[in-house]
Design a protein around this ligand. Structure first.
Ligand code: PLP
Length: 227
């Protein structure tokens, strides 16, 4: 077990002081590890895979706030719609519609972040700047009309390049913060900017992040890399 309790205590205290929400990314990790952090007071956990999240949800305390941070297929939304706390990875209008539909069925409003593509790498999911601009009227509409009555778009999420060049990473985070600030000038107020992982959360916070998603630093390295 690679879980690092001392590291958790240190990081969570530091983040609390900076008013940054810590999402403990528990993908591929057993429920015992999640419970260990839960017993220290951690309530926000992030998962990437629908099936894994559903299984963990069933087994673990119901006051955990589950964050879905992986790529989400429309046909799987219904499995997490009854309980998910925040979906970080909305990257299309089609997905927004599906989440809205399933949220309605469950008689709830689901909080979402739009995932923006900020990295150089090709493999990352997310909206590019243009696609984000196109979705802005939709964002405003969630507030002012009945269009997406069961969705609340709370902000943006982004992943920086996996790069040792800290200036590249910093620039990408700065770009996301810039988009975030730009959207604030519409009539819709965003609250959450989810950026920063184990390797780059300190830079992300310096650049304005208020929610970080940290996995390996707390739970130890992951052995298997699922697609
Ligand atoms: C796995 C993952 C994380 C956590 O990564 P670590 O490097 O282990 O901190 C954060 N965000 C997303 C979207 C992830 O898939």
């Amino acid at each position: 077990m690679g879980i690092n309790i001392e590291q958790y205590k240190e990081i969570s205290l530091l983040l609390k002081q900076q008013k940054v929400t810590l999402v403990a990314v528990s993908k591929t990790k057993p429920v015992e590890d999640i419970l260990a952090l839960y017993n220290l007071g951690q309530r926000d956990f992030g998962e990437n895979y629908v099936q894994e999240l559903v299984e963990k949800y069933k087994l673990l305390p119901k006051d955990i706030r589950w964050h879905f941070i992986g790529h989400l297929q429309s046909n799987k939304v219904k499995q997490i719609a009854p309980f998910v706390s925040l979906i970080h990875s909305v990257d299309s209008e089609k997905l927004l519609k599906e989440i809205n539909k399933e949220a309605k069925k469950n008689n709830r409003i689901i909080d979402c972040l739009l995932q923006v593509y900020i990295a150089k790498e090709e493999s990352k999911f997310g909206l590019n700047d243009e696609e984000l601009e196109e979705l802005i009227p939709e964002i405003a509409a969630t507030n002012s009309t009945n269009l997406f009555k069961n969705i609340s778009i709370k902000g943006l999420m982004g992943m920086a390049s996996f790069s040792d060049d800290k200036e590249v990473v910093r620039k990408e985070f700065r770009h996301l913060k810039c988009l975030f600030d730009k959207l604030q000038t519409t009539n819709y107020k965003l609250q959450t900017i989810s950026m920063g992982m184990s390797a780059d959360y300190e830079i992300a916070i310096e650049e304005g992040s208020n929610m970080v998603r940290i996995g390996s630093l707390l739970f130890g390295k992951r052995e298997t890399v699922k697609p």
